[in-house]
Design a binder for this molecule. Structure first.
Ligand code: HEC
Ligand code: HEC
Length: 303
């Protein structure tokens, strides 16, 4: 038990009956603690004088240093903007091919392009450009292209948009072929991708494909599409007709879906994005179009 002689008391005591009084000790706080306590108070006062602190009716005390969080933020933003401007000026000046060769600039461009893609393109093309089958939105991350995967062609596609028009062939849908003929064409198209189909039906479809229906005029003599095929030794017109032999489908490779494509036709619409293009609402500036082009090109199928 503590001894009254070594520990000071406040002199206040109760309950003296049994010789063990209840006393109130007086234990002063350690010196180091007191000094730090005073130091924090002093620090607060100095801080109030130097920095903005107290709210006033019309704002707050500004502090004699004139520092403000907003000012610091503004400074940092200005510095970042200045840095960005250097890059953006370069992007504006150089051709897509030149930017592609400058690694640092290219990285900058595709990171901006990625953000733009997420905001504008992912709803149709999927995040990362993996495509959305059901809607006929092509995958941009492979080397299967409707219109072309080189920088200039991608740029043209993004800036001015594209429309892919597959005509309807079934009589009931405005075409000139019977149900049976559409079935034959379906069998032939499936056989091009190595999908099991009735051989005699496919042979009749083959004749139609290269004859009366003239599918080859757009899809090419081998069915390899606008970009990879030829028609009578000439390149087909650049109408965005897909390769029908690679098992990569815009709408789907199930027999029913392929038949629908042939019977009713399909229209694929890619909006134009450049400022001033016919379509309202999609108003990306030339810098954004360049960044998007480089990003799409970087997804894996760029040529
Ligand atoms: C409203 C849906 C939609 C949006 C949004 C959209 N696209 Fe497309 N895009 C399409 C469709 C559909 C096609 C295929 C056109 C066709 O079938 O001919 C396409 C085709 C393309 C192609 C050509 C692919 C090829 O194989 O040649 C590129 C490149 C492309 N889009 C890039 C973009 C970029 C970049 C954006 C964003 C700025 C974007 N798209 C936004 C629907 C869209
Ligand atoms: C005028 C040119 C043209 C002709 C002729 C044409 N096609 Fe197409 N075809 C296209 C285009 C363009 C597309 C892509 C449509 C789109 O972008 O949405 C397409 C799409 C298709 C598709 C869907 C492919 C997929 O990946 O989902 C099939 C199947 C097809 N065509 C088969 C045929 C057959 C069979 C014929 C003949 C009976 C034919 N096409 C005639 C231009 C043509």
């Amino acid at each position: 038990m503590a001894d009254n002689n070594t520990v000071g008391t406040t002199g206040h005591q109760w309950d003296d009956d049994e010789g063990f009084p209840l006393q109130e000790y007086n234990n002063p706080l350690p010196k180091w603690w007191l000094y730090s306590f005073w130091a924090t108070i002093l620090w607060a006062v100095v801080y109030w004088v130097l920095y903005p602190t107290w709210p006033l009716a019309d704002g707050f005390t500004k502090g004699i240093l004139g520092w403000s969080m907003h000012g610091e933020y503004q400074q940092e933003m200005d510095a970042a903007k200045a840095k960005q401007k250097v890059f953006n000026d370069q992007l504006a000046k150089l051709s897509l091919q030149e930017i592609r060769k400058d690694n640092q600039l290219w990285q900058y461009a595709i990171s901006g392009g990625k953000a733009l893609f997420g905001d504008n393109c992912a709803p149709c093309h999927g995040s990362g450009g993996v495509g959305v089958k059901a809607g006929g939105f092509p995958t941009l991350a492979d080397d299967d292209w409707l219109f072309g995967g080189d920088l200039d062609t991608i740029h043209e596609t993004v800036a001015n948009g594209r429309t892919g028009q597959m005509p309807a062939h079934l009589q009931a849908a405005g075409g000139s072929f019977s149900d049976a003929q559409v079935n034959d064409l379906t069998a032939y198209v499936l056989s091009l991708s190595g999908i099991n189909a009735d051989k005699t039906a496919a042979a009749r479809g083959d004749a139609l494909f290269h004859g009366d229906a003239a599918c080859n005029a757009c899809h090419g003599d081998k069915g390899k599409g606008s970009l990879k095929d030829t028609v009578n030794g000439q390149p087909p017109p650049p109408v965005g007709a897909p390769n029908l032999t690679d098992k990569i489908w815009l709408y789907g490779g199930d027999p029913g879906i392929v038949r629908d494509s042939i019977a009713k036709g399909r229209t694929g619409f890619m909006p134009a994005w450049a400022k001033g293009s016919k379509e309202s609402g999609r108003n990306l500036d030339p810098l954004a179009i360049k960044q998007l082009t480089l990003y799409v090109h970087s997804l894996g199928g760029g040529q």
